[in-house]
Design a binder for this molecule. Structure first.
Ligand code: NAD
Length: 453
């Protein structure tokens, strides 16, 4: 099949490359010339495990190419994926201007080139329910019928860091449209996956759009829930890692997304929960649970840092912190809405010095002018002459640290704030650290942790 994917971000580039891997001929479009320049050297502009090799393989095989213009090979293409960003606005509403710019360009091109053949315009970006109907209205206003261009929603559920695996082994594929013909074409496109047991759900465009937000909001709810349990563990002496295990053994609950931490980040959960609350409010309905999930997430970032500030009696000016992990989760270089940003900002504003290390993030534009901030080349360099380590992102490399070596070059007393529950408090204590492990052990029994952090 001849396919076009517009937007070569985490979703568009992975989708385009993997569809090419399935034997399709794919053109990926992006309006950013810098990204295109990198792509044309057969490299991904961002870090995603396994993507570079797959990208090169498909370019070499002639199945994958890149362009800045939708017009290139438009006529002979039957299936178009719109995978541009939908970033949050101040109000929480999703900014759909990129999505509609592509939609308008698509219909303009269809008319200009005098096309009459059947094409499917798929929205892969996460868009609020109602967007598909709006796109249909735009199509109609151009005098184009559903027999010429069908609109279909196909939300993406992949996770950065395991995006390629997720493309080939999705839990489900959701396609929503009022056009049976479009649903058949897209179902066929995903044939190699659903013939491999992946369930495919055919539904309405509205249900498909909302299913993405409902799923993300529920996952975010699990995270905020376990973070609150971790906070309660700290007040009661219970151990959140056992609580997670015990809860996860219940098949009705499931073991995933029950790991406490410094709040969720990334380009999806914060944006999608806010957009869902906003949408409901516009319709006169308060989504109380999801709104509370967001509130808990915001306060969690501050609460974990309150332990650090408490230890130093709120005076961290001149203290040096080794920050391990910047990306919002392991195996990606994505820092959008990462909790590390809030933590670094708080430390710097209070006059502390931050030496950060991340296996993939090598610069942070927003802090590069601050002399107290640097990104160093490994964990041991970060720890040197620091007063405390803060483990923010649970990259595998941080699970294997030589704790004795880390501690040996630090100032005394050496503190270890494990915000991801990677180490047991006993293991850190045996290595000579004073420790805080989220939901497991406080720095010392004399320290008072208040309910709201
Ligand atoms: N990142 C994820 O893990 C993930 C997972 C599921 C769903 N989503 C959703 O998928 C969508 C895309 O997310 P992303 O993280 O890939 O975004 P991104 O910001 O990484 O990439 C978007 C790309 O679109 C390009 N673009 C913008 N306007 C364009 C235009 N008019 N023509 C051509 N290219 C244009 C940008 O240059 C950029 O390269 C969002 O709606 C997001 O919510 C993301």
């Amino acid at each position: 099949m001849k396919i076009m994917v517009v937007g070569t971000g985490y979703v568009g580039l992975v989708t385009g490359t993997c569809l090419a891997d399935l034997g399709n001929s794919v053109t990926c479009i992006d309006s950013n010339p810098d990204k295109l320049a990198v792509l044309k050297t057969c490299k991904s502009p961002f870090y995603e495990p396994g993507l570079d090799e797959r990208l090169k393989r498909n370019v070499d095989a002639g199945r994958l190419n890149f362009s800045e213009s939708l017009k290139d090979s438009f006529s002979e293409t039957g299936v178009f994926f719109n995978a541009v960003g939908t970033p949050p606005m101040e109000s929480g509403e999703s900014d759909l201007s990129y999505v509609y710019a592509v939609v308008n360009e698509f219909f303009k091109t269809y008319k200009e080139l005098g096309c009459t053949d059947f094409k499917v315009l798929i929205t892969k970006s996460t868009v609020p329910v109602g967007t598909g109907s709006e796109i249909e209205a735009i199509r109609n206003s151009h005098g184009i019928t559903e027999d010429q261009v069908a609109i279909l929603s196909n939300p993406e559920f992949l996770r950065e860091g395991t995006a390629i695996y997720d493309f080939f082994h999705p839990d489900r594929i959701v396609i929503g449209s009022s056009s049976e013909k479009a649903l058949d074409i897209v179902q066929e496109l995903y044939g190699p996956l659903y013939r491999n047991e992946t369930p495919i759900v055919r539904t309405s465009i509205q249900t498909s759009e909302l299913s993405k937000y409902a799923s993300n909001a529920f996952l975010a709810t699990k995270i905020s829930f376990i973070n609150e349990m971790a906070n309660l563990c700290e007040l009661t002496g219970a151990d959140v890692s056992d609580i997670s295990k015990i809860m996860g053994m219940d098949g009705r609950i499931g073991k995933y997304f029950l790991h406490p931490g410094p709040g969720y980040g990334g380009s999806c959960f914060p944006k999608d929960t806010k957009a869902l609350v906003y949408l409901a409010k516009q319709l006169g309905y308060n989504l109380n649970v999801v709104a509370a999930v967001e509130d808990v997430n915001e306060s969690q970032k501050k609460r974990v840092m309150s332990h650090v500030l408490d230890y130093f009696d709120n005076d961290i000016a001149g203290k040096t912190f080794a920050l391990l992990g910047i990306s919002f989760k392991p195996n990606t270089d994505d820092v959008r809405e990462a909790s590390s940003l809030t933590i670094i900002d708080l430390l710097l504003k209070q006059g502390a010095i931050v030496k950060a290390f991340d296996p993939e993030v090598k610069s942070l534009a927003q802090f590069e002018d601050n002399q107290n901030f640097s990104i160093v080349s490994d964990s041991y360099e970060a720890a040197e002459l620091s007063d405390a380590i803060i483990l923010v992102t649970e990259w595998n490399t941080f699970r294997e640290l030589d704790l004795e070596r880390l501690k040996s070059s630090m100032n005394k007393p050496s503190l270890f704030f494990d915000l991801r529950n990677v180490y047991s408090p006993e293991k850190l204590r045996d290595a000579g650290f004073e420790t805080y492990v989220i939901g497991r052990k406080l720095l010392s029994s004399s320290q008072k942790i208040t309910q709201n952090g």
